[in-house]
Ligand binder design. Structure first.
Ligand SMILES: Nc1nc2c(ncn2[C@@H]2O[C@H](COP(=O)(O)OP(=O)(O)OP(=O)(O)O)[C@@H](O)[C@H]2O)c(=O)[nH]1
Ligand SMILES: [K+]
Ligand SMILES: [Mg+2]
Length: 535
């Protein structure tokens, strides 16, 4: 029997992790999907024929051990009193018949129900993501929506949730589908031109057409075909601009999904780990007055105004140390700073100039390294190795509590030209609120991006069309490149229309890969493995 025909079931609510680790909850949802879902539910009712299960209507019933061919004379046992729901195919999540048992969440109820189902012929426990996999197979969701669902299930912050929900809605899918249809339309025209060119010489271009109009007797259809070709070229150029615009999004969607990287760098003993702990609101990193305390990079998830951020504490950077472990720590610190979206440069107050020098070497080294390594980077990391724009750097002067004469305070604003500077104390918390506010604003600005006007048909002026994965970016980039080659070829006259058409075909298939309309088996396998059981 095809595993697709099995009736699958799983605990779809929390508390999972197998019978042994199951954590009791008030209620639990067991989902059953497949051809036998309804008959199984009915076999668990006391008088199956007396009770009609109305689709999509919650019914409170007692669930008994089901009647099977083997146990007709065995007394039946009540398993639970549950609220049941039935979604007939095709109007269900998976597209198959689906039954949901909203039962009590104790270990006894859940494990006995699962166990009972497992013993029914044609039934088996669902693999991770298998319900979603069936939904995809039935065309209920496309690949972008499957990815959105995966993102929604793992969303930590409100921005991640919003972004995932918009993508789940099909907004991004609609964008790529409409682009792909435009490409296929262009391709159809190109093919018409090719067919025509087979037996008739086409005029090379409009100007030539005008020149030769007098001399040559033109077939009106020739001209029509050629005019259509001209329109196709214009349309494809517009489409390419819309795609290019989408690619110029500063990776905002990917940042929301993956989390924005904020890195604290600075010389030893500046108080980096102390700040890390203040922001973590716990004793996460070791603090001591020994220079070179932090070696490894420590990471912490922060939610700043609904945006997921990953904050890193790093080893203090100094130009000379004979300690090999510290050297490795410094190398790691530089690398993390290089990949960060926002850098918090920290120095002790009164030492801003030295601090800025260190910051400059860190960022300069990273820019150099980025140039050297450039070719080895994949497309997603190339964009992150840019030299940081000053609006994404915050300079923090720590230990303000040690300043004796408050009038003689280091004027923070005088330390550097365009880098914003904040005086703080990790001991007294002075200045922390203002710094945190600025950090939050920086992160928000980075995600909201600039509001450059979108090309007419870009669909890119709303959050829904933001690229959310490097995978999408690669395909859109490849489609743009194909369209550039198309543009070049399509200017060269009739001889190469078929080559130009091939580029349109390529661009269309790249976009098809984004939504999953074109072969995506390998991506799917990987994606479904990341799903939890029951989804
Ligand atoms: N007076 C004062 N001392 C501070 C402040 N912040 C940190 N310190 C002290 O400075 C010392 C170094 O702090 P850390 O947080 O370990 O500094 P670090 O930058 O992480 O140091 P490394 O990991 O060695 O690079 C510790 O003794 C802290 O207690 C502050 O705001 N005021
Ligand atoms: K230290
Ligand atoms: Mg430290």
């Amino acid at each position: 029997m095809d595993p697709q025909d099995d009736t699958i079931f799983a605990l779809s609510s929390g508390g999972g992790g197998g019978a042994r680790q199951y954590q009791a909850t008030a209620l639990a949802v067991i989902r059953i999907s497949g051809p036998q879902a309804l008959s199984t539910l009915q076999s668990m009712l006391l008088r199956p024929n007396k009770r009609t299960i109305v689709p999509r209507q919650a019914t409170l019933c007692k669930l008994y051990t089901p009647i099977t061919n083997n146990n007709q004379n065995t007394p039946r046992v009540v398993l639970d009193q549950a609220l049941v729901l039935y979604f007939p195919q095709p109007h269900s999540f998976t597209g198959d018949d689906v039954v949901e048992l909203h039962c009590h969440g104790s270990r006894a109820v859940v494990t006995d129900l699962l166990d009972t189902l497992a013993h029914l012929p044609g039934h088996r426990m669902a693999e991770p993501g298998e319900f979603t996999q069936r939904a995809f197979a039935k065309g209920k969701l496309d690949l972008l929506q499957v990815e959105a669902l995966a993102d929604l299930l793992t969303a930590d912050t409100s921005r991640q949730r919003q972004q995932a929900l918009t993508q789940l809605d099909g907004t991004l899918s609609d964008c790529y589908t409409s682009w792909r249809h435009m490409l296929i339309g262009g391709l159809a025209h190109a093919e018409a031109v090719i067919d025509f060119g087979d037996d008739e010489a086409l005029i090379e271009d409009d100007t030539q057409a005008e020149q030769e109009e007098g001399d040559m007797l033109l077939m009106t259809e020739d001209v029509q075909q050629w005019n259509i070709w001209g329109n196709v070229r214009v349309q494809m150029a517009e489409l390419r601009r819309a795609m290019e615009y989408q690619l110029q999004d500063s990776r905002r969607g990917e940042l929301v999904r993956e989390g924005l990287r904020i890195c604290i760098v600075g010389p030893p003993n500046a108080g980096k780990s102390s700040l890390f702990n203040v922001l973590a609101q716990k004793d996460a990193a070791i603090v001591s007055n020994i220079a070179g305390t932090t070696r490894d990079v420590l990471e912490l998830s922060l939610n700043l105004a609904g945006i997921k951020c990953v904050l890193s504490d790093t080893a203090g950077v100094r130009t000379f140390t004979s300690d090999q472990i510290e050297q490795e720590g410094i190398a790691r610190a530089k690398k993390v700073a290089q990949q960060a979206d926002v850098v918090v440069a920290m120095v002790e107050q009164g030492n801003a100039v030295a601090g800025m020098e260190i910051l400059e070497t860190v960022l300069k080294d990273s820019a150099d390294e980025a140039l050297l390594e450039g070719d080895e980077h994949d497309s997603s990391s190339v964009t992150t190795t840019h030299k940081l724009a000053s609006e994404n750097v915050l300079l923090v002067l720590n230990k303000m509590d040690l300043v004796k004469d408050t009038n003689d305070n280091t004027d923070p604003s005088s330390t550097n030209q365009d880098i914003r500077t904040f005086g703080i104390s990790c001991h007294t918390n002075e200045g922390i609120d203002a710094f945190l506010e600025a950090l939050t604003q920086t992160v928000t600005n980075r995600i909201n991006g600039d509001t450059a006007t979108a090309p007419n048909n870009s669909n890119s002026d709303n959050e829904g069309s933001l690229i959310t994965r490097a995978r999408h970016r690669q395909h859109v980039q490849a489609a743009v490149e194909a369209l550039r080659r198309f543009d070049h070829l399509s200017q060269q006259g009739t001889m190469v229309v078929d080559m130009a058409a091939e580029e349109l075909r390529l661009a269309a298939s790249e976009l098809g890969r984004v939504t999953g309309a074109v072969d995506v088996e390998d991506i799917l396998d990987k994606l479904f493995k990341d799903f939890c059981i029951g989804k």
